[in-house]
Design a protein around this ligand. Structure first.
Ligand SMILES: NC(=O)c1ccc[n+]([C@@H]2O[C@H](COP(=O)([O-])OP(=O)(O)OC[C@H]3O[C@@H](n4cnc5c(N)ncnc54)[C@H](O)[C@@H]3O)[C@@H](O)[C@H]2O)c1
Length: 387
């Protein structure tokens, strides 16, 4: 049996996503399970190199998780011949430069979203990948969630008939930080640091819509800063310059050419009266389904009740009880880990990853158009990106 080891420089592992999802839930479990096995029997092991600015923090994480290699010098790690893959989960505003340097050095790249702050930069990254031929992957984690995997299966099986609409609710209350510490980093609420709900979430919604329904053709959005003042990690008051909610309507086209209306509300100033922190409802002529992160329930046409509007009477039907659980029928591992495994197999095979920098550029494009739609108060077409 052949064994290969891929050395992965991991930048931003002191952050929330880099530490929890990518290091602790993905790369370390892959390492500890002995790597991944490719269809031809080749075993691919991973060797992380932890990279960050603060030597004490990085060294401590390395010690805690028995990782031998770490550095505070990102440039040197990128330039090192032994590095195969450069991963970035640092703050958004630094990303395009890191990815550019890595690809120019001939490294494969794997990255958190969004890939850049502007469409022009995101497209430039996709072009650079074409030129260098490296394998590039961008986190599309929502498509690997059990709930959305089940939803996609219902679409593939023709469960919905003709799909009419999708409605998404995402969000929860993010504390201002004054009396209770905020549960998200303060840069998320400052435009000048790359923050903002639209920038953060529309890139997710673009690949979710593409991955479940089809291409996004238009966007109409209203973006708002509901909470204008917040308190940062040091307890200092700051002006929240970025939008903390985005209300979007998207015209989507299925591969068969059918139009679907998608509406997605995203808010960090909403309290949860839902089963999960994100939920998508898809309605079609033959059935409907509601998917969250993990669960998916469905209702067929034959089981659809016939409510009659009468405000004088109490509700006569237990609507929520009328839906059936969609089973997983498979062992669905952590979504971040599953995508990492797929990406690493693509690197070894020398082929492109299906969720690449072009897909990510479409996400950045949707965010940019969403913000513009809101500023100009009108619906905008989403032009096709050509490299
Ligand atoms: N896929 C998802 O669902 C998802 C969810 C949240 C965030 N993200 C993305 O992940 C990235 C990180 O977000 P996070 O919530 O983990 O943020 P975070 O603030 O917790 O972590 C940011 C990381 O960048 C480092 N960093 C900050 N400023 C730096 C600087 N000036 N120079 C070098 N390094 C610096 C920090 O030390 C930390 O390691 C963002 O791009 C964000 O959009 C993705």
């Amino acid at each position: 049996m052949t064994t290969r080891t891929l050395r992965i420089a991991m930048n931003g592992i002191t952050g929330r996503m880099g530490y929890r999802q990518h290091l602790v839930r993905s790369i370390l479990p892959i390492r500890d399970q002995g790597g991944i096995t490719l269809p031809d029997g080749t075993r691919v092991q991973v060797e992380p190199v932890l990279v960050g600015r603060n030597a004490d923090k990085v060294a401590e994480i390395a010690r805690r998780h028995d990782v031998e290699l770490w550095s505070t010098d990102l440039d040197a790690v990128i330039a090192d011949d032994a590095t195969d893959v450069v991963f970035d989960a640092s703050m958004t505003s630094l990303r395009a430069e890191t990815l550019t340097r890595a690809m120019k050095a001939g490294k494969h790249v794997y990255t958190e979203k969004p890939t850049a702050e502007t469409l022009a930069e995101a497209v430039e990254l996709a072009r650079l990948r074409e030129g260098t031929g490296v394998t590039a992957g961008v986190v599309h984690d929502k498509l690997y969630l059990p709930g959305l995997v089940k939803l996609r299966r219902l679409v593939d099986e023709g469960f919905f008939g003709r799909i009419l609409s999708l409605r998404g609710e995402f969000g929860y209350w993010v504390f201002e930080g004054e009396h209770q510490a905020a549960q998200r980093p303060s840069w998320n609420y400052r435009t000048e640091d790359g923050g903002g709900m639209t920038t953060d979430m529309f890139c997710h919604w673009n690949y979710v819509l593409e991955g479940i329904l089809g291409a996004v053709r238009t966007v109409t959005a209203t973006t708002v800063t509901h909470i204008p003042t917040r308190w940062d990690e040091q307890g200092r008051e700051y002006a929240a310059t970025a939008d903390d909610a985005a209300y979007g309507i998207f015209d989507v086209q299925t591969p068969g050419g059918d139009p679907v209306v998608a509406q997605i509300n995203s808010s960090w100033a909403v309290r949860v009266h839902r089963d999960e922190l994100v939920e998508f409802q898809v309605d079609g002529t033959h059935g409907s389904a509601v998917a969250g992160l993990r669960r998916c329930v469905a209702q067929q046409r034959a089981h659809t009740p016939k409510p009659v509007w009468n405000p004088d009477l109490p509700v006569t039907e237990p609507f929520r009880d009328q839906w059936l659980e969609v089973p997983a029928n498979a062992d669905l591992d952590n979504g971040f880990k599953l995508q990492w495994e797929e990406f690493l197999a693509d690197v070894v095979a020398g082929r492109p990853h299906r969720f690449d920098l072009l897909s990510a550029a479409r996400g950045v494009q949707l965010a940019e158009l969403g913000l513009r739609s809101s500023a100009e108060g009108r619906r905008l077409d989403v032009p096709e990106i050509t490299l």
